[in-house]
Design a protein around this ligand. Structure first.
Ligand code: NAD
Length: 487
């Protein structure tokens, strides 16, 4: 796929309620803006509380039959769904790039990862087991557990990974026997629309998977709906607080996958090619810095600090920013004008806070002037307590911070209220384990281990959230345990 050969037609987006497609809805419409050009390219119907109510009713009606569907049949349907996503990989790549401007090469990788997540949880559908609890006939009773679905799950996702965010939640929820009502971000409606089509084509029964583009109002109605038994949310901490308030009123459980400000500790014995390559491309290249788990603070041992700075500056200044459909583009635009203004504001304040700008810092002009394109931006000598080091930028901006000993490196890494991912580069095995144990994060990735591997649980602590996606724990989030005892 190249810029000149892609089909630029934006598909019509509809609401999917119980198998029915709706072209209009009570929440009005939203003009989707192409982040590469700054011009509207599609008008999206928006669900209001009325359609949320209908969709939850459809999901509730479908629930008893879906939970009683033979688990091997649920597995078969989810595997078919995964096959269809794989067969439509090029379509998802194109739509994902239309959604938010992410470089198509990276979107293609995320589509492949989404297929893996779907197959993994399809495989769990018929392996949900109970256990005999306590010793056999303890107190003269025989006790066992049942692991049962919740019912309707409210799925609310953000815009930076419109397919992968679904793949991290929906297959696990469905494998466990729940039904779902999905509210994608209003900013990125296209991938979720094809997702709904393919779920139907796979044979997933009407009402089991409903998709409603909508605004914050629709999301709030979904969270508050009494028939929604659990909420699975991906987005920012501010929205999470509002959702948690509503969940508290209804005593409703939730999974919260929120933001991050992940530290990447580079020790003096590290493989600096790997540390600087991974640390730079992940923070200011791929996804244009718009990823929750990216290593946005590079915390570097003083003896290699100058060497690292020179390497990072060289890599960052070579990253190609531009048309996300060009095969050699690494970084596309940021998602919208509001994001651009927020990020440039943080860059300006960082300069005032005494951080040393190594490269970038400007909006791109020329042919790209109308889009939301920013140069990959790297600051050195960043004060660990400054705004740049403490707050999530969610744009292509890396902070580099020196340290003098291991204790200080850990202290700096742990000094933000976030706790999503931790990155460590060292060739000393004992130190790798020691630092992994000390980092206050939901995961630690050592020497370039991959993000988003489905076999292990992912999810933060602190204001990065609660609950897990991935691995057995990702399935368990959608199951509740009932204890049964026979006298
Ligand atoms: P956001 O929190 O503003 O919006 C996310 C979703 O919530 C959207 O669908 C939105 O319409 C909906 N929403 C908004 N207000 C709502 C309300 N009151 N009730 C219910 N729903 C509501 O999204 P954002 O802050 O722009 O997203 C970026 C954030 O997402 C970053 O902090 C990023 O780190 C985080 N993120 C986390 C993960 C993860 O897995 N941990 C993955 C991707 C992104």
């Amino acid at each position: 796929m190249t810029a000149s050969t892609i089909d630029t037609t934006r598909p019509e987006v509809t609401l999917r309620i119980g198998g029915e497609k709706r072209r209009t809805a009570s929440g009005g419409t939203f003009d989707h803006v192409n982040p590469c050009t700054g011009t509207p390219d599609a008008t999206i119907p928006m669900a209001g509380p009325a359609e949320i109510d209908e969709a939850v009713a459809a999901a509730h009606n479908a629930y008893q039959s879906w939970r009683q569907t033979n688990p091997s049949e649920r597995r078969r349907l989810l595997l078919r769904f995964a096959d269809l996503i794989e067969q439509h990989a090029d379509d998802f790549t194109r739509l994902g790039t239309f959604d938010n401007g992410t470089a198509s090469g990276l979107v293609a990788g995320l589509v492949a990862t989404s297929v893996e997540w779907t197959r993994y949880y399809a495989g769990w559908a018929d392996k949900i087991t109970s256990e005999v609890s306590g010793s056999y006939r303890a107190n003269g009773e025989f006790s066992y557990t049942l692991r049962q679905p919740y019912g309707v799950i409210g799925v609310i996702i953000t815009w930076n990974g419109p397919l992968i965010s679904l793949a991290m939640k929906v297959p696990a929820a469905l494998a466990a026997g729940n039904t779902v009502v999905i509210k994608p971000s209003e900013l990125t409606p296209f991938s979720a629309d094809l997702y709904a089509d393919l779920a139907a084509e796979a044979g997933i029964p009407d009402g089991v998977l409903n998709v409603l583009p909508g605004s914050a109002e629709a999301g709030a109605a979904l969270v508050a709906h009494p028939l929604v038994k659990k909420v699975s949310f991906t987005g920012g901490p501010d929205t999470a607080r509002k959702i948690l308030h509503t969940c508290a009123e209804h005593i409703k459980p939730s999974v919260m996958e929120l933001g991050g400000k992940s530290g990447n500790i580079v020790f003096e014995d590290a493989n600096l090619d790997a540390a600087c390559g991974v640390g730079t491309l992940l923070s200011v290249g791929f996804m244009t810095g718009q990823g929750c788990a990216l290593p946005t603070r590079m915390i570097v041992a003083r003896p290699v600090y100058d060497d690292v700075i020179a390497r990072v500056e060289a890599i960052a200044s070579m990253i190609k920013v531009g048309d996300p459909f060009e095969p050699d583009t690494v970084s596309g635009p940021v998602v919208n004008d509001a994001a651009l203004q927020r990020i440039t504001g943080m860059i300006e304040r960082a300069k005032g806070d005494g951080a040393r700008l190594l490269t970038g810092g400007e909006r791109l002009g020329g042919d790209l002037a109308d889009g939301y394109f920013l140069q990959p931006t790297v600051f050195a000598d960043v004060d660990p307590q400054s705004e740049l080091a403490q707050k999530e930028v969610f744009g292509p901006v890396l902070s580099i911070i020196p340290f003098d000993n291991e204790e200080e490196a850990i202290e700096i890494a742990n000094s933000t209220p976030y706790g999503l991912s931790g990155y460590v580069f060292t060739n000393e095995l004992k130190r790798a384990h020691r630092v992994a144990e000390a980092l206050e994060t939901g995961e630690v990735l050592i020497n370039g281990a991959m993000n988003l591997s489905v076999h292990r649980p992912f999810g933060g602590i602190g204001i990065s959230g609660m609950g897990k996606e991935g691995g057995r724990e990702g399935l368990d989030e959608f199951l509740q345990t009932k204890s049964v005892s026979i006298a």
